[in-house]
Ligand binder design. Sequence first.
Ligand SMILES: Cc1cc2nc3c(=O)[nH]c(=O)nc-3n(C[C@H](O)[C@H](O)[C@H](O)COP(=O)(O)OP(=O)(O)OC[C@H]3O[C@@H](n4cnc5c(N)ncnc54)[C@H](O)[C@@H]3O)c2cc1C
Length: 433
Amino acid sequence: MPASCASISPRRSTRQPCSARRRRASAWPPRRSARPDSVPDSVPDSGGLAGPLPRFADLTTMRVGGLPARLLSPATEQELVDAALTTWGSGDEWMLLGGGSNTVVSDDGFDGTVIRVLTRGVTVLEPGVGNAVAADRVRLRVQAGESWDDLVAHTVARGWSGLEALSGIPGSTGAAPVQNIGAYGQELSDSLVAIDFLDYETGIRHRIEAAELELGYRTSALKQGRRGLVLVVELELHDTQAEASVLGSALSQPVAYPQLAGALGVQVGDRVPLGVLRASVLALRGAKGMVLDAGDPDTNSAGSFFTNPIVSLAFSRTMPDAAPRWPLSDPELPDRVIPLDEYYGVGPIEDATPVRLVKLSAAWLIENSGISRGFRLPGSRAAISSKHTLALTNTGGATADEIGQLARFVQGRVQSEFGVILQPEPMLVGLSL
Ligand SMILES: Cc1cc2nc3c(=O)[nH]c(=O)nc-3n(C[C@H](O)[C@H](O)[C@H](O)COP(=O)(O)OP(=O)(O)OC[C@H]3O[C@@H](n4cnc5c(N)ncnc54)[C@H](O)[C@@H]3O)c2cc1C
């Protein structure tokens, strides 16, 4: 990309110095003022979706939500960059959408431009002269719109390990770093090298190393407010093909999750054939309604609706003994003792010993606040999944309001029972809890 195209500040100017972009700017995106309110825009689309504007109920797995004002569906990287810069330059409200599996939009829809990322493609960097790939590793550069689970299936089939426990997670690869997807003892951060990022603040495309993304449990700098577009995700995986030629089968990374180890009949830390691990994860997930299935209304969801709360060790001691908990910080850390003459009532104490943190189980808290699987409020079409307490589902025709009411009810029950305010995991657009 010429430097002149890459250096515009989208906030300061609607000028489009790149000639290709200038050609498009007059028609794309269409201005809102030219659109009669009652007639939806058609989709100004390059991704094969031309037609009436779809509702978010058709674009998200929760199957709720009204209309966007405009929808762009760029299917090549250049179209995606153009769509973002043009939209940002227009000053309109905007949001990004991949597979819509972690987004819940209000019944009023979104009065702005939705950029739906449809770019596909995987480039493989094998070890070789001039690149930094180690002999037993393989690097993949994956376009943001690539289906995450297709990617996992591809890597498992090729004998590349590192993503196998993340089998069955719906959505796009570009959204995976946003909440550092994780499951069954693996997280994206275990394999992520870097992203190519188009920065909303500067309009500049640059590479951000994984270490700079503040990846944590279901969070990242992107989820915490760094605005922009993930164009490419670069991953490094273990190439187990050499090992497979000796052992007869490509092996997974060590199994890190007790429930998965149990299902496989192995110990935590053991390795199993990659395909066996993927199949086992898919079976476990399917039994919990955590693999999208058009025939199973329990999968009309955003997956886990609440994150597992992270609390101080001291607070966790107020929980009943039966409440599951996992220490997150070094168990050897001494207890934090604040001398009275340094304690001013509230607020953090600088240089104090870090608080020891503990993760609680949101599912346990919900179940033990009296809400069981299948629960729904009277007259509501939103329900707790019949297979998994942590998923809120649309049993058919639910509104976003109904989902919000149920979520607030669950939050209220858990708060009054245990003093913990559960935080939603999906991105909520036009909804608040
Ligand atoms: C049945 C089910 C099971 C699930 N299981 C899991 C699980 O086990 N573990 C887990 O971590 N998650 C899980 N999820 C949540 C979800 O699948 C993941 O968070 C997934 O990464 C979302 O991808 P998506 O493309 O659908 O994101 P979307 O919902 O389209 O977008 C999510 C967020 O990412 C932003 N975004 C999307 N694309 C980009 C981009 N290219 N650049 C920058 N920002 C972008 C969006 O603006 C939005 O804020 C589950 C969801 C469902 C429905």
